[in-house]
Design a protein around this ligand. Structure first.
Ligand code: ADP
Ligand code: MG
Length: 491
């Protein structure tokens, strides 16, 4: 039965920027450092300390905003969002309340091949909080209300975050699913965050409510937190739609509440009734002066912006004739994509080139646990090798199984020289021609009979066919001899 309720869904997304330093204190920031090793008195809010400011965070926000067509604020004020919790040593979080760096904008994405978009309310900059970790075993002597042992890790405290708030325009969980994939792809393209949900560099809260027809009156919404994968976001939305529908069907009210996702049974659990935003007592953070971004700075970022993945995909599919499948693989790995485009200046058999990169080259990278930029094969050598295979000078299997590794061991040696030293060409060439001859003779078996019956002129046809198949790379004299020998021996 078609449900009589229409879901209304909006997202609040936090991106942890991959900057070297924190946003409001000067120390380094990196994921995975030992607990409480990346802290200073500023992070820990010792009395008398003042925040610092890292303008790079604003540049990242502008990059993202410009990609979505947002309006960028030239003057940026910062505010204190007050709440008391151990993850905030200052007792307030520095954020942007009424004056976000980016306003509006729109993100396009595909849902099962159909283009959709969602409008954004805002993107603002703020500081991350400390990480409160519940530990099963360990030597912490701090406990939470449930009696779990916890550690407070202040490494993350003060790191740069962007918060992206969408309009409540999603109509179902699929839209959210594809939207988040596209957003992650864009952010990785722009290289401003790793977007790793497990490590917490991409965090997403979903707001779900139900309407009936056009009446939005009286519909409270539920916010679900602690979603650590895109799949869980989808699952949580689907669960909430069912849960809320049942409540409404029983003529009960949805409460304005915050819930948490329970991955063990794919449900959500009540956390707290939603605070009114006035509880946060926003006030201006006067310790940070208004940060002015000039039009020049904005234009500079605009002029250096990456082509967005969806546009890039169109380019890959039209200019290089790549399949959607291969294009998507490249779009997940920008360095690989740039590598492809560099080599494509030399090798115009784009599909073959692409298959080399996502096949044997990728395998090599996995084996040595390196990225494509760390591959020490000279690009010219690699092009030469691929060309040799395209021209049937050596076989694909020899090239990928033997020569590739040798190119790594001898990065300065030209491919041709290496192959000569390894004594690979001669035999392989002959073997390749022999297999072509075999194909031709099998296909033209009736002509072989005529030849054997004395029509010796047919030899020319066979030679011609083999030449054609080896793109004229075979030596006609040798080919002719090999054909005669093959007929004598095998037919
Ligand atoms: P608040 O000020 O209460 O945080 P916002 O307007 O900032 O509310 O919205 C917070 C999030 O809630 C946004 O992602 C928005 O899309 C979403 N949202 C707003 N109204 C609804 C609604 N009726 N149903 C579902 N989500 C909503
Ligand atoms: Mg909000």
């Amino acid at each position: 039965m078609e449900s009589k309720y229409i879901p209304v869904i909006g997202l609040e997304i936090h991106l942890q920027l991959n900057l070297q330093n924190k946003m409001f204190s000067p120390e380094k920031f990196e994921y995975g450092a030992p607990n409480n090793t990346l802290t200073t008195p500023i992070t820990l809010a010792y009395p008398g300390t003042l925040p610092t400011f890292n303008k790079e965070a604003l540049y990242s926000a502008i990059k993202l905003g410009l990609s979505f067509g947002s309006d960028i604020s030239n003057i940026n004020y910062f505010d204190r969002k007050t709440y008391f919790y151990p993850d905030l040593p200052k007792g307030y979080q520095i954020t942007q309340d009424k004056t976000p760096i980016c306003k509006g904008g729109r993100i396009y994405f595909d849902v099962n091949g159909k283009e959709e978009y969602i409008n954004l309310t805002r993107i603002h900059v703020e500081e991350d909080t400390a990480n409160i970790k519940i530990i099963k075993s360990g030597n912490s002597n701090i406990y939470n209300n449930n009696g779990d042992k916890i550690t407070l890790d202040y490494n993350r405290c003060g790191a740069a975050l962007l918060e992206i708030v969408t309009k409540p325009e999603f109509k179902n969980s699929d839209e959210v699913f594809y939207f988040l994939h596209e957003l992650r792809r864009i952010v990785r393209f722009l290289k401003i965050s790793n977007c790793n949900m497990e490590e917490g560099s991409l965090r997403c809260d979903v707001n779900v409510s139900l309407t009936q027809g056009n009446s939005k009156a009286g519909q409270n919404r539920v916010e679900v937190k602690n979603l650590n994968s895109i799949k869980n976001v989808k699952t949580a939305i689907e669960y909430e739609i069912i849960r809320q529908s049942e409540i409404l069907n029983n003529n009960n009210q949805i409460k304005n509440e915050t819930r948490t996702f329970v991955p063990e049974n794919n449900t959500t659990k009540f956390m707290r009734l939603k605070e009114n935003s006035s509880d946060y007592r926003y006030t201006r953070e006067f310790n940070i002066p208004p940060i002015v971004i000039s039009d020049n700075e904005i234009n500079n970022i605009k002029n250096n912006l990456e082509t967005l993945p969806r546009e890039y995909k169109k380019k890959l599919m039209s200019e290089y004739n790549l399949s959607e499948y291969i294009s998507d693989i490249f779009l997940e790995n920008l360095d690989m994509l740039h590598y492809f485009e560099t080599l494509a200046k030399t090798i115009t058999n784009y599909e073959t080139l692409a298959n080399w990169l996502i096949g044997p080259i990728k395998k090599l990278l996995n084996k040595y646990k390196i990225e494509i930029n760390e591959l020490n094969i000279d690009k010219n050598n690699l092009c030469e090798l691929i060309t040799l295979v395209i021209d049937n000078k050596i076989s694909y299997s020899t090239a990928t199984q033997i020569v590739l590794e040798k190119l790594i061991e001898n990065p300065l040696k030209p491919t041709q020289e290496l192959i000569k030293e390894l004594n690979l060409t001669q035999d392989l060439e002959t073997n390749y021609i022999k297999s072509m001859i075999n194909n031709v003779l099998t296909e033209y078996s009736n002509k072989v009979v005529e030849y054997k019956n004395g029509k010796k002129g047919i030899l020319g046809l066979f030679v011609g066919e083999v030449m054609k198949r080896t793109k004229n790379k075979a030596n006609p004299k040798i080919t002719s001899e090999l054909i005669q020998k093959a007929i004598e021996e095998n037919y």
